[in-house]
Design a protein. Sequence first.
Lengths: 325, 275
Amino acid sequence: MTEAEPVLRLQDLKVHYPVRLGHGFGKSMLRAVDGVSLDIGRGECLGLVGESGCGKSSLAQAVMGLVPVSSGRIALNGREDWGADRLARARMVQMVFQDPFSSLNPRQSIGQSLGGPLKLHGVTNRSEREDRVATMLRKVGLNPDAAGRHPHEFSGGQRQRIAIARALIVEPQLVVCDEPVSALDVSIRAQIINLLLELKDELGVALLMISHDLGVVEHMSDRIAVMYLGRIVEEGDWRKIFTAPAHPYTRTLIASIPDPARPDAGWERLRGEAPSALAPPAGCAFHPRCAQAFGACRAGGVPEFTGLADDHRARCHLLTEGASR
Amino acid sequence: MLKLLARPNLATGGAIVLIAILVAVFAPLIAPHDPITDANLMFAETAPDADFLMGTDEQGRDIFSRIVYGARIALTIGLLVELMNTIIGVALGVSAGYFGGWWDEFVQGLTNVMLAVPTIVFALALMAVLGPGILSLLIALGMTDWAYSCRISRAQVLTMKSRPFVQAARTMGYGPVHIMARELLPNIAGPLVVVATMGIGSAIMAEASLSFLGLGVVPPAPSWGSMLARAREQLIVAPWVAVFPGLAIFFTVLGFNLLGDGLRDLLDPQGRSKR
């Protein structure tokens, strides 16, 4: 394991689900994640953005080992095969779920929810466990006496803090946050985002921040990957994504962030709904909704990545053939 | 107390069950005569009076005392049988729901077989093999009536296992046994308590039936079912010999059913309006 080894490396990851068609005959493949390659470095925050149904949650579940991988590779710290070593894998990567109301066991006190994992991971001394639970609760901005209470006694924002504390208590190197603020009140969101940022800087943990809202990941991501129908369509340093988005889809996403301070660049707003991942459009999957679509988008196959800068690439026919149009 | 009055099922059922339990526990203090040895043919088939509150049977034994001691047998067998049924049903149902696949198919098939054959017929067949007696009665009834708790725990696990807190436990590295016992079971316990409570009632009923048929508790032990069986022949001459054990069975089973009903209303407030 070298210093340059990324915390998470996905290579051509595919997650396909067999789906029984409505009329009961035959099965079809739902290509939730269809060939995603990504790296997340140490202490880095990658924002993964896309509409509902684009496969970002399936990607998160595959990284967590909750759904089977159809093909491709997931390497955590360079290691692919964790076999029966689920405890070591758990200390590598943890997850914060979207809904804080169902991500904590309602029958367990907060102390049990946080202390149990410590016991599982070899902290046998009871008072040491209690100390670490109290420290972690303080870190996420809660009073340590929360340990004696149950989840129903807390608000959504507090529960999400608890869920974050649980994810961090085994000191993972990567935390996958699947829409961690979308179930919360707008007034609470900024607090949780700031908390995640502080913890990232303090603990040096890497984050995979998944959201349907580019505005949420804007403030915290070092890099951003935009996902559409199972594929990454644009990826790069966050400044480049926001100042010079190359893919028309990214532009529509940026245009949809309500922000009076942002100058209207005249980018198209997003129209229509995402096509079904059961029958993705031929060519570039975005072409039916793209204002700039031309012949190659329909007939030219799936566009390959075009490198735009050191750390900025996008999949769009406009970038390769658009110039010659 | 007012809250209890607003839930008549829970209150009545709870009261009957409580009385039955108290009677069973304090049987020696309540019963005026010994249920087995106090036989005196001089008093055979005496109608109810001040000394024999519910009359005597054909051997002159006090029926009231026999019913009081019979509560011990009925409740002990009811509780033990339902405990066995619940353990078997929950273990099969929870594991089937959690693991799915061939194990789920197998358990479901087994459950369907158990549901297709009436419990009492199954128990009769087992009793025929094992021979009469309390131990074989326990085994026969304890292994045949788990289909409902199995079905219900499986269904509950299916809805519960995709909850994020279960997924969180998996990503934390917990094994399947921990997840089933500590994450899933405490969260599905409510409906299971209801099923188990009603199951005690039907187990008491089944015990009485088997004893009535002469396969369960062997005389002279005071089982309500075998008391009924012996009373059959004197139904016209001495109706009290049959009536009181029958009432004891009726009220005890009713009590457990009402209690189960009341608990369901208590645990599942949404379901109340539908009934």
